[in-house]
Design a protein around this ligand. Structure first.
Ligand code: FES
Ligand code: FES
Length: 160
């Protein structure tokens, strides 16, 4: 049975009538037309569907929309402020950390969470945090460089 779900997505409040078990990803893409969030595996294995719910990174493909009821959600569409990209978005562009771009929204949102919690991560901490986000283009070194750049550490990858 459908229920009313209230979502505040990228600062805009929306109400949807839907099956509460439906994945948050489907509601974002199909009902709210926010197609920046990607469907990769659908089973919590790739990170392409990552969004922020109350500031935490969640895999929207396996998150029932009811779990996001009355919560604040940020998708890749909500990171920029007007024409001003988020520093992590700027860093991904500057480092060429985007090939096909399919993993990029999830990568960027996961990196945002990491840098908010740990603004100066070591390379191994970046690797650990990003471990759940897969890039089929295998652009991992440039993604690492972009996160280092966003953290103000330069883009050269260290061995530490
Ligand atoms: S689509 Fe959600 S983790 Fe792969
Ligand atoms: S850039 Fe293509 S999947 Fe990562």
């Amino acid at each position: 049975m459908d229920v009313k779900i209230i979502l505040t997505v990228n600062g805009k409040k929306s109400s949807v009538m839907t099956d509460p078990k439906r994945p948050l990803l489907d509601v974002l893409r199909e009902d709210l037309h926010l197609t920046g969030t990607k469907y990769g595996c659908g089973e919590a294995r790739c990170g392409a569907c990552t969004v922020l719910v109350d500031g935490r990174g969640v895999l929207s493909c396996v998150t029932p929309v009811a779990d996001a009821d009355k919560k604040t959600i940020v998708t890749i569409e909500g990171l920029a402020k007007g024409d001003c990209l988020h520093p992590v978005q700027e860093a991904f562009l500057a480092e060429g950390a985007i090939q096909c771009g399919y993993c990029t929204p999830g990568m960027i949102l996961t990196a945002v969470v990491l840098l908010e919690r740990n603004p100066q991560p070591k390379d191994h901490e970046i690797a650990e945090e990003m471990n759940g986000n897969l890039c089929r283009c295998c652009n991992y070194l440039k993604i690492l460089a972009a996160i280092r750049r966003a953290a103000g550490q330069g883009s050269e990858v260290s061995k530490s």
